[in-house]
Design a protein around this ligand. Structure first.
Ligand code: CMC
Length: 435
Protein backbone atom coordinates (compact mmCIF):
# COMPACT_ATOMS: atom_id res chain seq x y z
CA UNK A 1 0.00 0.00 0.00
CA UNK A 2 1.43 3.40 -1.00
CA UNK A 3 2.13 5.69 1.96
CA UNK A 4 0.71 8.74 0.16
CA UNK A 5 -2.73 7.26 -0.13
CA UNK A 6 -6.04 7.16 1.68
CA UNK A 7 -7.78 3.90 2.57
CA UNK A 8 -11.53 4.09 2.76
CA UNK A 9 -13.88 1.35 3.88
CA UNK A 10 -17.45 1.68 2.66
CA UNK A 11 -19.50 0.33 5.54
CA UNK A 12 -22.49 -0.09 3.24
CA UNK A 13 -20.67 -2.82 1.27
CA UNK A 14 -17.64 -3.66 3.41
CA UNK A 15 -15.39 -2.91 0.41
CA UNK A 16 -12.08 -1.08 0.87
CA UNK A 17 -10.61 1.41 -1.60
CA UNK A 18 -7.21 3.03 -1.82
CA UNK A 19 -7.14 6.57 -3.20
CA UNK A 20 -3.90 8.38 -4.07
CA UNK A 21 -3.16 11.62 -2.20
CA UNK A 22 -1.49 14.29 -4.29
CA UNK A 23 -0.65 17.80 -3.04
CA UNK A 24 -2.75 17.23 0.06
CA UNK A 25 -5.85 16.39 -1.97
CA UNK A 26 -7.76 13.37 -3.17
CA UNK A 27 -9.40 13.56 -6.57
CA UNK A 28 -13.16 13.85 -6.20
CA UNK A 29 -13.57 11.68 -9.30
CA UNK A 30 -11.75 8.81 -7.54
CA UNK A 31 -14.69 8.67 -5.13
CA UNK A 32 -16.99 7.68 -7.98
CA UNK A 33 -15.50 4.18 -7.85
CA UNK A 34 -17.14 3.81 -4.46
CA UNK A 35 -20.55 2.37 -5.30
CA UNK A 36 -23.06 0.14 -3.61
CA UNK A 37 -23.78 -1.74 -6.87
CA UNK A 38 -23.42 -1.38 -10.63
CA UNK A 39 -26.49 0.90 -10.80
CA UNK A 40 -25.19 3.29 -8.15
CA UNK A 41 -23.88 6.63 -9.48
CA UNK A 42 -20.93 6.57 -7.08
CA UNK A 43 -19.89 8.74 -4.16
CA UNK A 44 -19.64 12.53 -4.52
CA UNK A 45 -18.43 15.21 -2.11
CA UNK A 46 -20.88 17.79 -0.77
CA UNK A 47 -19.20 21.15 -0.26
CA UNK A 48 -21.57 24.15 -0.27
CA UNK A 49 -19.65 27.37 -0.98
CA UNK A 50 -16.53 25.29 -1.83
CA UNK A 51 -15.01 25.71 1.62
CA UNK A 52 -12.75 22.69 1.21
CA UNK A 53 -12.47 22.12 -2.53
CA UNK A 54 -9.48 22.97 -4.73
CA UNK A 55 -10.92 23.75 -8.17
CA UNK A 56 -7.67 24.29 -10.04
CA UNK A 57 -3.89 24.25 -9.90
CA UNK A 58 -2.46 27.75 -9.92
CA UNK A 59 1.00 29.27 -9.69
CA UNK A 60 -0.17 32.88 -9.35
CA UNK A 61 -0.94 33.66 -5.70
CA UNK A 62 0.00 31.88 -2.50
CA UNK A 63 -1.90 32.49 0.74
CA UNK A 64 -1.20 30.98 4.14
CA UNK A 65 -4.30 32.12 5.98
CA UNK A 66 -3.18 30.86 9.39
CA UNK A 67 0.10 32.77 9.26
CA UNK A 68 -1.20 35.85 7.40
CA UNK A 69 1.07 35.35 4.37
CA UNK A 70 0.31 36.58 0.85
CA UNK A 71 2.67 36.19 -2.11
CA UNK A 72 2.31 36.90 -5.83
CA UNK A 73 4.36 34.46 -7.91
CA UNK A 74 6.43 33.69 -4.81
CA UNK A 75 7.22 37.31 -3.83
CA UNK A 76 5.88 38.55 -0.46
CA UNK A 77 3.28 41.28 -0.82
CA UNK A 78 5.19 43.54 1.60
CA UNK A 79 8.27 43.52 -0.65
CA UNK A 80 6.27 44.20 -3.80
CA UNK A 81 4.34 47.04 -2.15
CA UNK A 82 7.59 48.64 -1.03
CA UNK A 83 9.65 48.33 -4.20
CA UNK A 84 7.39 48.03 -7.25
CA UNK A 85 4.94 50.02 -9.29
CA UNK A 86 1.50 48.59 -9.96
CA UNK A 87 2.22 47.90 -13.63
CA UNK A 88 5.44 46.08 -12.67
CA UNK A 89 3.39 43.87 -10.33
CA UNK A 90 0.74 43.42 -13.05
CA UNK A 91 3.49 42.09 -15.34
CA UNK A 92 4.68 39.74 -12.59
CA UNK A 93 1.17 38.44 -11.88
CA UNK A 94 0.45 37.86 -15.58
CA UNK A 95 3.78 36.54 -16.85
CA UNK A 96 5.22 34.91 -13.71
CA UNK A 97 8.46 36.92 -13.53
CA UNK A 98 9.53 40.43 -12.63
CA UNK A 99 10.19 42.43 -15.80
CA UNK A 100 13.67 43.70 -16.62
CA UNK A 101 14.00 47.37 -17.55
CA UNK A 102 13.35 46.88 -21.28
CA UNK A 103 10.39 44.57 -20.65
CA UNK A 104 8.85 47.01 -18.20
CA UNK A 105 9.31 49.93 -20.59
CA UNK A 106 7.60 48.06 -23.40
CA UNK A 107 4.80 46.83 -21.10
CA UNK A 108 4.09 50.31 -19.70
CA UNK A 109 4.16 51.71 -23.22
CA UNK A 110 1.67 49.13 -24.46
CA UNK A 111 -0.73 49.63 -21.58
CA UNK A 112 -0.46 53.41 -21.90
CA UNK A 113 -1.34 53.23 -25.59
CA UNK A 114 -4.50 51.22 -25.02
CA UNK A 115 -6.13 53.56 -22.50
CA UNK A 116 -8.51 55.28 -24.96
CA UNK A 117 -12.07 54.02 -25.21
CA UNK A 118 -14.10 53.81 -28.36
CA UNK A 119 -16.37 56.89 -28.53
CA UNK A 120 -19.50 54.74 -28.46
CA UNK A 121 -18.60 53.82 -24.86
CA UNK A 122 -19.39 57.41 -23.89
CA UNK A 123 -22.86 56.90 -25.24
CA UNK A 124 -23.60 53.81 -23.17
CA UNK A 125 -22.36 55.72 -20.15
CA UNK A 126 -24.59 58.69 -20.94
CA UNK A 127 -27.58 56.34 -20.96
CA UNK A 128 -27.27 55.67 -17.24
CA UNK A 129 -29.27 57.72 -14.73
CA UNK A 130 -27.25 60.50 -13.08
CA UNK A 131 -27.48 58.72 -9.70
CA UNK A 132 -26.59 55.20 -10.89
CA UNK A 133 -24.23 53.29 -8.64
CA UNK A 134 -20.73 53.53 -10.18
CA UNK A 135 -20.18 49.78 -9.75
CA UNK A 136 -23.36 48.97 -11.72
CA UNK A 137 -22.21 51.34 -14.49
CA UNK A 138 -18.77 49.76 -14.44
CA UNK A 139 -20.05 46.16 -14.63
CA UNK A 140 -22.45 46.99 -17.47
CA UNK A 141 -20.00 48.99 -19.52
CA UNK A 142 -17.25 46.34 -19.25
CA UNK A 143 -19.78 43.89 -20.72
CA UNK A 144 -20.67 46.43 -23.41
CA UNK A 145 -17.01 46.53 -24.54
CA UNK A 146 -17.68 43.08 -25.96
CA UNK A 147 -19.68 44.84 -28.70
CA UNK A 148 -16.65 46.97 -29.58
CA UNK A 149 -14.21 44.04 -29.79
CA UNK A 150 -16.10 41.14 -31.41
CA UNK A 151 -12.82 39.39 -32.25
CA UNK A 152 -12.34 38.81 -28.51
CA UNK A 153 -14.63 35.78 -28.88
CA UNK A 154 -11.73 33.78 -30.29
CA UNK A 155 -10.54 32.79 -26.84
CA UNK A 156 -8.61 29.76 -28.07
CA UNK A 157 -6.00 31.98 -29.78
CA UNK A 158 -3.32 32.93 -27.23
CA UNK A 159 -2.24 36.06 -29.15
CA UNK A 160 -5.79 37.29 -29.34
CA UNK A 161 -6.24 36.64 -25.62
CA UNK A 162 -3.13 38.70 -24.85
CA UNK A 163 -4.42 41.61 -26.97
CA UNK A 164 -7.64 41.67 -24.95
CA UNK A 165 -5.74 41.36 -21.65
CA UNK A 166 -3.73 44.49 -22.45
CA UNK A 167 -6.82 46.36 -23.58
CA UNK A 168 -8.74 45.50 -20.44
CA UNK A 169 -5.94 46.46 -18.03
CA UNK A 170 -5.44 49.73 -19.92
CA UNK A 171 -9.09 50.69 -20.24
CA UNK A 172 -10.38 49.93 -16.75
CA UNK A 173 -9.21 53.24 -15.23
CA UNK A 174 -10.73 55.12 -18.18
CA UNK A 175 -14.05 53.34 -17.76
CA UNK A 176 -14.00 53.79 -13.99
CA UNK A 177 -13.22 57.50 -14.30
CA UNK A 178 -16.07 57.89 -16.80
CA UNK A 179 -18.51 56.28 -14.38
CA UNK A 180 -17.35 58.75 -11.71
CA UNK A 181 -17.57 61.83 -13.97
CA UNK A 182 -21.01 60.71 -15.14
CA UNK A 183 -22.25 60.46 -11.56
CA UNK A 184 -21.10 64.00 -10.74
CA UNK A 185 -22.16 65.45 -14.10
CA UNK A 186 -18.69 66.49 -15.27
CA UNK A 187 -17.42 66.10 -18.86
CA UNK A 188 -15.21 63.07 -19.46
CA UNK A 189 -11.44 63.57 -19.51
CA UNK A 190 -9.31 61.76 -22.09
CA UNK A 191 -6.21 59.82 -20.97
CA UNK A 192 -2.88 61.61 -20.82
CA UNK A 193 -0.09 59.35 -22.06
CA UNK A 194 2.64 61.36 -20.28
CA UNK A 195 1.37 60.22 -16.90
CA UNK A 196 1.82 56.97 -14.96
CA UNK A 197 -1.09 54.51 -14.64
CA UNK A 198 -2.36 55.94 -11.35
CA UNK A 199 -1.51 59.58 -12.15
CA UNK A 200 -3.45 59.27 -15.38
CA UNK A 201 -6.37 57.75 -13.48
CA UNK A 202 -6.34 60.74 -11.11
CA UNK A 203 -6.15 63.02 -14.15
CA UNK A 204 -9.26 61.42 -15.69
CA UNK A 205 -11.10 61.70 -12.38
CA UNK A 206 -10.22 65.17 -11.23
CA UNK A 207 -8.87 67.36 -14.04
CA UNK A 208 -10.98 70.46 -14.43
CA UNK A 209 -9.92 73.44 -16.58
CA UNK A 210 -6.17 73.33 -16.00
CA UNK A 211 -4.23 72.55 -19.23
CA UNK A 212 -2.21 69.76 -17.61
CA UNK A 213 -3.13 67.75 -14.52
CA UNK A 214 -0.41 67.38 -11.89
CA UNK A 215 -1.08 64.52 -9.46
CA UNK A 216 0.15 64.78 -5.89
CA UNK A 217 3.04 62.24 -5.88
CA UNK A 218 2.28 60.95 -2.36
CA UNK A 219 -1.35 60.28 -3.22
CA UNK A 220 -0.45 58.75 -6.59
CA UNK A 221 2.02 56.41 -4.86
CA UNK A 222 -0.54 55.51 -2.17
CA UNK A 223 -3.05 54.60 -4.87
CA UNK A 224 -0.38 52.57 -6.66
CA UNK A 225 0.33 50.64 -3.43
CA UNK A 226 -3.40 50.04 -2.88
CA UNK A 227 -3.62 48.75 -6.45
CA UNK A 228 -0.69 46.36 -5.80
CA UNK A 229 -2.43 45.01 -2.69
CA UNK A 230 -5.64 44.33 -4.63
CA UNK A 231 -4.08 42.78 -7.77
CA UNK A 232 -4.93 39.14 -7.02
CA UNK A 233 -6.15 36.93 -4.22
CA UNK A 234 -6.39 33.43 -5.71
CA UNK A 235 -9.76 31.63 -5.90
CA UNK A 236 -12.08 34.16 -4.21
CA UNK A 237 -15.71 34.65 -5.25
CA UNK A 238 -15.09 37.02 -8.18
CA UNK A 239 -12.09 35.08 -9.51
CA UNK A 240 -14.09 31.87 -9.33
CA UNK A 241 -16.82 33.69 -11.31
CA UNK A 242 -14.22 34.75 -13.89
CA UNK A 243 -12.99 31.19 -14.24
CA UNK A 244 -16.50 29.67 -14.24
CA UNK A 245 -17.88 32.03 -16.89
CA UNK A 246 -14.62 31.93 -18.86
CA UNK A 247 -14.70 28.13 -18.83
CA UNK A 248 -17.70 28.25 -21.18
CA UNK A 249 -15.37 30.09 -23.63
CA UNK A 250 -17.32 33.34 -23.18
CA UNK A 251 -15.24 36.35 -24.24
CA UNK A 252 -13.08 38.13 -21.63
CA UNK A 253 -15.22 41.31 -21.49
CA UNK A 254 -18.34 39.33 -20.61
CA UNK A 255 -16.44 37.03 -18.24
CA UNK A 256 -14.81 39.98 -16.51
CA UNK A 257 -18.11 41.75 -16.14
CA UNK A 258 -19.42 38.65 -14.31
CA UNK A 259 -16.37 38.73 -12.05
CA UNK A 260 -16.89 42.43 -11.32
CA UNK A 261 -20.56 41.73 -10.56
CA UNK A 262 -19.46 39.12 -7.99
CA UNK A 263 -17.02 41.64 -6.52
CA UNK A 264 -19.79 44.21 -6.01
CA UNK A 265 -21.49 42.21 -3.23
CA UNK A 266 -21.12 43.50 0.36
CA UNK A 267 -19.53 40.24 1.53
CA UNK A 268 -16.75 40.63 -1.07
CA UNK A 269 -15.40 43.86 -2.61
CA UNK A 270 -18.53 45.81 -1.71
CA UNK A 271 -17.45 45.56 1.94
CA UNK A 272 -15.20 48.67 1.68
CA UNK A 273 -18.25 50.85 0.98
CA UNK A 274 -20.15 49.17 3.84
CA UNK A 275 -17.28 49.82 6.28
CA UNK A 276 -17.61 53.56 5.73
CA UNK A 277 -21.38 53.39 6.16
CA UNK A 278 -20.84 51.44 9.39
CA UNK A 279 -18.29 53.96 10.72
CA UNK A 280 -20.73 56.78 9.95
CA UNK A 281 -23.50 54.89 11.70
CA UNK A 282 -21.31 54.39 14.79
CA UNK A 283 -20.51 58.11 14.71
CA UNK A 284 -18.14 58.40 17.71
CA UNK A 285 -15.59 56.29 19.57
CA UNK A 286 -17.89 56.19 22.58
CA UNK A 287 -20.51 54.26 20.59
CA UNK A 288 -18.12 51.45 19.62
CA UNK A 289 -18.82 49.06 22.57
CA UNK A 290 -22.58 49.28 21.95
CA UNK A 291 -22.04 48.54 18.24
CA UNK A 292 -19.86 45.52 19.03
CA UNK A 293 -22.55 44.23 21.39
CA UNK A 294 -25.16 44.61 18.64
CA UNK A 295 -22.99 42.54 16.25
CA UNK A 296 -22.44 39.86 18.90
CA UNK A 297 -26.17 39.73 19.53
CA UNK A 298 -26.57 38.75 15.88
CA UNK A 299 -27.67 42.13 14.48
CA UNK A 300 -25.41 42.55 11.44
CA UNK A 301 -21.73 41.94 10.93
CA UNK A 302 -18.66 43.96 11.63
CA UNK A 303 -17.92 44.96 8.04
CA UNK A 304 -14.25 44.71 7.03
CA UNK A 305 -13.72 41.91 9.55
CA UNK A 306 -13.34 38.19 8.95
CA UNK A 307 -12.17 36.21 5.96
CA UNK A 308 -12.77 32.77 4.52
CA UNK A 309 -9.03 32.07 4.28
CA UNK A 310 -7.25 34.42 6.72
CA UNK A 311 -7.54 33.30 10.30
CA UNK A 312 -4.93 35.87 11.23
CA UNK A 313 -4.35 39.56 10.47
CA UNK A 314 -4.79 40.17 6.72
CA UNK A 315 -1.29 41.24 5.59
CA UNK A 316 -2.86 43.74 3.19
CA UNK A 317 -4.66 45.51 6.05
CA UNK A 318 -1.29 46.03 7.80
CA UNK A 319 0.23 47.71 4.74
CA UNK A 320 -2.89 49.83 4.26
CA UNK A 321 -2.57 51.09 7.84
CA UNK A 322 1.00 52.28 7.15
CA UNK A 323 -0.07 53.85 3.85
CA UNK A 324 -2.84 55.75 5.68
CA UNK A 325 -0.26 57.65 7.74
CA UNK A 326 1.44 58.94 4.58
CA UNK A 327 -1.87 59.91 2.99
CA UNK A 328 -3.07 61.75 6.08
CA UNK A 329 0.06 63.90 6.05
CA UNK A 330 -1.21 65.31 2.76
CA UNK A 331 -4.96 65.23 3.24
CA UNK A 332 -5.31 65.63 7.00
CA UNK A 333 -6.48 62.83 9.24
CA UNK A 334 -9.81 61.15 8.48
CA UNK A 335 -11.69 61.28 11.80
CA UNK A 336 -13.19 57.87 11.08
CA UNK A 337 -9.77 56.35 11.66
CA UNK A 338 -10.19 56.80 15.42
CA UNK A 339 -13.48 54.88 15.35
CA UNK A 340 -11.89 52.15 13.21
CA UNK A 341 -8.87 51.82 15.53
CA UNK A 342 -11.17 51.59 18.54
CA UNK A 343 -13.31 48.95 16.82
CA UNK A 344 -10.19 46.95 16.01
CA UNK A 345 -8.82 47.30 19.55
CA UNK A 346 -12.01 46.09 21.21
CA UNK A 347 -12.74 43.38 18.65
CA UNK A 348 -9.24 41.89 18.89
CA UNK A 349 -9.67 41.48 22.66
CA UNK A 350 -13.26 40.26 22.59
CA UNK A 351 -13.91 36.55 23.09
CA UNK A 352 -16.48 36.44 20.23
CA UNK A 353 -13.96 37.69 17.65
CA UNK A 354 -10.95 35.90 19.16
CA UNK A 355 -12.70 32.52 19.18
CA UNK A 356 -13.82 32.89 15.57
CA UNK A 357 -10.42 34.27 14.49
CA UNK A 358 -11.98 37.41 13.03
CA UNK A 359 -9.37 40.03 12.11
CA UNK A 360 -9.51 43.22 10.00
CA UNK A 361 -9.38 42.41 6.29
CA UNK A 362 -8.25 44.49 3.30
CA UNK A 363 -11.52 46.42 3.21
CA UNK A 364 -11.38 47.65 6.81
CA UNK A 365 -8.91 50.50 6.32
CA UNK A 366 -8.87 51.01 2.53
CA UNK A 367 -12.08 53.08 2.50
CA UNK A 368 -10.71 55.48 5.10
CA UNK A 369 -7.79 56.26 2.79
CA UNK A 370 -9.99 56.43 -0.29
CA UNK A 371 -12.28 58.88 1.43
CA UNK A 372 -9.37 61.05 2.61
CA UNK A 373 -8.08 61.12 -0.98
CA UNK A 374 -11.48 62.40 -2.14
CA UNK A 375 -13.48 59.37 -3.29
CA UNK A 376 -17.11 58.84 -2.35
CA UNK A 377 -17.92 55.47 -0.69
CA UNK A 378 -20.01 54.30 -3.69
CA UNK A 379 -16.85 54.44 -5.77
CA UNK A 380 -14.68 52.30 -3.46
CA UNK A 381 -15.51 48.95 -5.04
CA UNK A 382 -14.69 50.30 -8.49
CA UNK A 383 -11.26 51.14 -7.05
CA UNK A 384 -10.94 47.48 -6.07
CA UNK A 385 -12.07 46.26 -9.52
CA UNK A 386 -9.41 48.20 -11.46
CA UNK A 387 -6.37 46.37 -10.04
CA UNK A 388 -8.23 43.06 -9.57
CA UNK A 389 -8.71 43.07 -13.36
CA UNK A 390 -5.07 41.94 -13.51
CA UNK A 391 -5.72 38.95 -11.24
CA UNK A 392 -8.94 37.99 -13.02
CA UNK A 393 -7.15 38.02 -16.36
CA UNK A 394 -4.08 36.15 -15.12
CA UNK A 395 -6.37 33.44 -13.71
CA UNK A 396 -8.44 33.39 -16.91
CA UNK A 397 -5.27 32.98 -19.00
CA UNK A 398 -4.00 30.25 -16.67
CA UNK A 399 -7.33 28.44 -17.00
CA UNK A 400 -7.16 28.53 -20.80
CA UNK A 401 -3.67 27.02 -20.70
CA UNK A 402 -4.63 24.27 -18.25
CA UNK A 403 -5.35 21.02 -20.10
CA UNK A 404 -7.29 19.69 -17.09
CA UNK A 405 -9.87 22.48 -17.12
CA UNK A 406 -13.28 22.00 -18.71
CA UNK A 407 -16.55 23.87 -18.51
CA UNK A 408 -17.27 24.44 -14.80
CA UNK A 409 -20.27 22.40 -13.85
CA UNK A 410 -20.77 21.33 -10.24
CA UNK A 411 -23.13 18.56 -9.15
CA UNK A 412 -26.04 18.85 -6.74
CA UNK A 413 -27.98 16.81 -4.24
CA UNK A 414 -31.50 16.91 -5.56
CA UNK A 415 -34.04 17.52 -2.79
CA UNK A 416 -37.25 18.04 -4.77
CA UNK A 417 -40.12 15.73 -5.67
CA UNK A 418 -40.10 13.24 -8.55
CA UNK A 419 -42.48 11.80 -11.09
CA UNK A 420 -45.42 13.71 -9.61
CA UNK A 421 -48.87 13.20 -11.10
CA UNK A 422 -49.76 16.25 -13.24
CA UNK A 423 -52.52 18.41 -11.67
CA UNK A 424 -54.94 20.02 -14.15
CA UNK A 425 -55.37 23.82 -13.62
CA UNK A 426 -58.93 23.55 -12.23
CA UNK A 427 -57.75 21.18 -9.48
CA UNK A 428 -54.60 23.10 -8.41
CA UNK A 429 -56.02 25.33 -5.70
CA UNK A 430 -54.73 24.14 -2.37
CA UNK A 431 -52.18 21.79 -3.96
CA UNK A 432 -49.08 21.62 -1.77
CA UNK A 433 -45.91 23.19 -3.25
CA UNK A 434 -42.78 21.08 -3.29
CA UNK A 435 -40.20 22.84 -1.11
N1 CMC B 1 -18.74 40.14 12.03
C1 CMC B 1 -19.29 39.34 12.96
N2 CMC B 1 -19.27 37.99 12.91
C2 CMC B 1 -18.66 37.44 11.86
C3 CMC B 1 -18.06 38.20 10.86
C4 CMC B 1 -18.11 39.59 10.97
N3 CMC B 1 -17.56 40.37 10.05
N4 CMC B 1 -17.53 37.37 9.93
C5 CMC B 1 -17.78 36.12 10.35
N5 CMC B 1 -18.47 36.16 11.51
C6 CMC B 1 -18.89 35.02 12.31
C7 CMC B 1 -20.02 34.26 11.63
O1 CMC B 1 -21.28 34.78 12.01
C8 CMC B 1 -19.77 32.86 12.12
O2 CMC B 1 -20.22 32.80 13.45
P1 CMC B 1 -20.90 31.43 14.00
O3 CMC B 1 -19.82 30.39 13.95
O4 CMC B 1 -21.35 31.77 15.38
O5 CMC B 1 -22.03 31.14 13.08
C9 CMC B 1 -18.25 32.75 12.17
O6 CMC B 1 -17.80 34.09 12.37
C10 CMC B 1 -17.64 32.15 10.92
O7 CMC B 1 -18.00 32.97 9.82
P2 CMC B 1 -18.49 32.45 8.42
O8 CMC B 1 -19.67 33.28 8.00
O9 CMC B 1 -18.65 30.97 8.43
O10 CMC B 1 -17.24 32.80 7.53
P3 CMC B 1 -17.17 32.79 5.96
O11 CMC B 1 -15.83 32.26 5.63
O12 CMC B 1 -18.33 32.10 5.36
O13 CMC B 1 -17.29 34.34 5.58
C11 CMC B 1 -16.78 36.60 5.16
C12 CMC B 1 -16.23 35.17 5.32
C13 CMC B 1 -15.66 37.50 4.70
C14 CMC B 1 -17.89 36.60 4.09
C15 CMC B 1 -17.35 37.06 6.53
O14 CMC B 1 -16.32 37.10 7.50
C16 CMC B 1 -18.02 38.43 6.44
O15 CMC B 1 -19.18 38.52 6.08
N6 CMC B 1 -17.26 39.55 6.76
C17 CMC B 1 -17.83 40.87 6.62
C18 CMC B 1 -17.79 41.31 5.16
C19 CMC B 1 -16.38 41.62 4.71
O16 CMC B 1 -15.64 42.33 5.37
N7 CMC B 1 -16.03 41.12 3.50
C20 CMC B 1 -14.73 41.37 2.89
C21 CMC B 1 -13.89 40.14 2.82
S1 CMC B 1 -12.17 40.46 2.44
C22 CMC B 1 -12.08 41.15 0.89
C23 CMC B 1 -12.84 40.50 -0.19
O17 CMC B 1 -12.97 39.28 -0.28
O18 CMC B 1 -13.36 41.23 -1.01
Amino acid sequence: MASNSLTITDNRTGKTYELPIEDGTVRAMDLRKIRTDAEDFGLMTYDPAYVNTASCRSSITYIDGDRGILEYRGYPIEVLAEHCTFLEVAYLVLFGKLPDQAELKEWVNEITHHTMLHETTKRFMEGFRYDSHPMAMFVSSVAALSTVYPEAKDVLDPENRMRQIKRLIAKMPTLAAMSYRHSVGFPYVYPDNDLSYTENFMNMLWKMVEPKYAANPVLARALDVLFILHADHEQNCSTSAMRAVGSSQADPYLSLSAAAAALSGPLHGGANEQVLKMLDEIGTKANVPAYIKKVKDGHGKLMGFGHRVYKNYDPRAKIIKWTADQVFEVTGRNARLDIALELERIALEDEYFVQRKLYPNVDFYSGIIYQAVGFRPEFFTVLFAIPRTVGWLAQWEEMHRDAEQKIARPRQIYTGGRKLAFIPMEERQGAVAVK
